[in-house]
Design a protein around this ligand. Structure first.
Ligand code: PLP
Length: 442
């Protein structure tokens, strides 16, 4: 293994050097082709090397790439915020631009706390979240996240934010089944609020479909409606983290549109820049912004590179591409096809426990323990699947599941532009991966 000065996530691992990307494929410098079955980290939603985007980036870079947000606004940033408000589910939202999903959720947390301060409720400063969630790697975002492996080293630094169970039907925390459970997982929110006291809670945050911490855990119908009712009843803001699910990924522009719910704050990231630029956003409803506008008039957050015209123009071009190519509808349709194909795997591979998700965000959870006793440990099994797939030329995303430590899972989330033939190729490569795994393991 060659040592270089670039610090990569796994210091003792060899990484292939990427050369270029086109559509759903990435090519390394040795000429090997990889089918991007997970859009990187569920990010490259429109595929790689899209000419329209590259053209817009070029043109904007020639005009102006960066201005400091406290000195100038720009046409791309203004237009992007207008567009997001137009697309957002039911109502007017203001957009605060940042550079990563972690910054977006941390900003949502800060805006929620500030909102209550501006209304004179200084004690409302806790954020309730779910155990099994991922909202980002910075300390504030990680404090709201129930991802045991990502939290483990930093627990002493994290805020002691309360959490409730996830709507995880495959391994129901209450050992019940839907609908006779009467959505106990949602009712737990009310119990937590009663226990902690609504006067201490600013907001509840949830990913519409749980990504990295749950491999596309999708709640049963009625869950979010109940959550929204409880938030209303106790005067608690609802933050919906759409960093992974937003902008077409699940078959709707916003995943929360699968349910009849309007959030107070929404976060976006990944698919907003689709990997062409680092950009993310926190959307706040008019009702949330009003007391801040009338009060201090200042949003106490921001980063030097936020709202730079180059990233804003790029994201605007990405959104236009998503709309013109009707990618949410396409994701719904292709997702159905992919889901059906994957479901047929369950018969052949009994160690596949659950397949779930919506649109082109599909999670596969492996049953632990399994009949053959072939899973060495959940984390290393996930690693085995991911590494084996990559060796065969397929990229899949590792995810946690179970109680966060004891479940092995992956996410399949190719670019929304994937064709049916490319889905067939993905299926073939995944099947080869599973067959090889079966042969090689004891
Ligand atoms: N929120 C969700 C739902 C995510 O999936 C992620 C990243 O995986 C984040 C927030 C953090 O985003 P970033 O890695 O861009 O900081």
């Amino acid at each position: 293994m060659e040592r270089t000065y670039l610090i990569k996530p796994h210091l003792r691992r060899d990484y292939p050097f990427v050369s270029y990307g086109r559509g759903v494929y990435l090519y390394d410098v040795a000429g090997k082709r990889y089918l991007d079955g997970c859009s990187g980290a569920v990010t490259a939603n429109i595929g790689h090397g899209v000419e329209e985007i590259i053209h817009v980036m070029n043109e904007q870079a020639k005009k102006v790439a960066f201005v400091y947000r406290s000195q100038f606004t720009s046409e791309p940033a203004e237009k992007l915020a207008d567009k997001l408000s137009q697309l957002a589910p039911g109502g007017e939202y203001g957009t605060f631009l940042v550079n990563s999903g972690s910054e977006a959720t941390e900003t949502a947390m800060k805006i929620a706390i500030q909102y209550w301060q501006e209304k004179g409720k200084m004690g409302k400063n806790k954020i309730l979240s779910r155990w099994l969630s991922y909202h980002g790697i910075t300390i504030g975002a990680l404090s709201m996240s129930g991802h045991p492996t990502r939290r483990a080293r930093f627990v002493p630094l994290l805020e002691d934010f309360p959490s409730i169970c996830a709507p995880y039907c495959y391994r129901c925390p209450y050992h019940s089944t839907y609908p006779s459970c009467q959505l106990q997982c949602a009712r737990e929110l009310e119990q937590a609020i009663e226990r902690i006291g609504a006067e201490h809670i600013a907001a509840f945050i949830a990913e519409p479909i749980i990504g990295a911490a749950g491999a596309a855990i999708t709640p049963p119908d009625g869950y979010y409606e109940k959550i929204r009712d409880i938030c209303n009843k106790y005067d608690i803001l609802l933050i919906v983290d759409e960093v992974m699910t937003g902008l077409g990924r699940t078959g709707k522009m916003f995943a929360i549109e699968h349910w009849n719910v309007q959030p107070d704050l929404i976060t976006l990231g990944k698919g907003l820049g689709a990997g062409y630029t680092p950009i993310a956003a926190t959307l706040a409803s008019k009702q949330v912004l009003e007391p801040i506008f009338e009060g201090s008039g200042v949003i106490m957050s921001g980063h030097t590179l936020s709202a730079n015209p180059l990233s804003a123009a790029t994201a605007l071009a990405v959104l236009s591409y998503v709309e013109t190519h009707r990618l949410p509808e396409k994701a719904a349709e292709t997702g159905r096809y992919l889901f059906t194909q994957l479901t047929s795997f369950k018969k052949r591979f009994p160690w596949i426990g659950d397949i779930r998700g919506k649109g082109l965000l599909i999670g596969i959870e492996f049953a632990v323990p399994n009949a053959k006793g072939m899973l060495p440990s959940p984390l290393s099994f996930t690693e085995l699947v991911v590494t084996k797939a990559q060796h065969l030329g397929l990229l899949v995303y590792p995810a946690a599941a179970g109680n966060g430590r004891d479940g092995a899972a992956i996410i399949i989330a190719p670019p929304l532009t994937i064709t049916k033939e490319e889905v067939d190729e993905l299926i073939t490569l995944l099947k080869q991966t599973f067959l090889q795994l079966e042969r090689e393991l004891p």
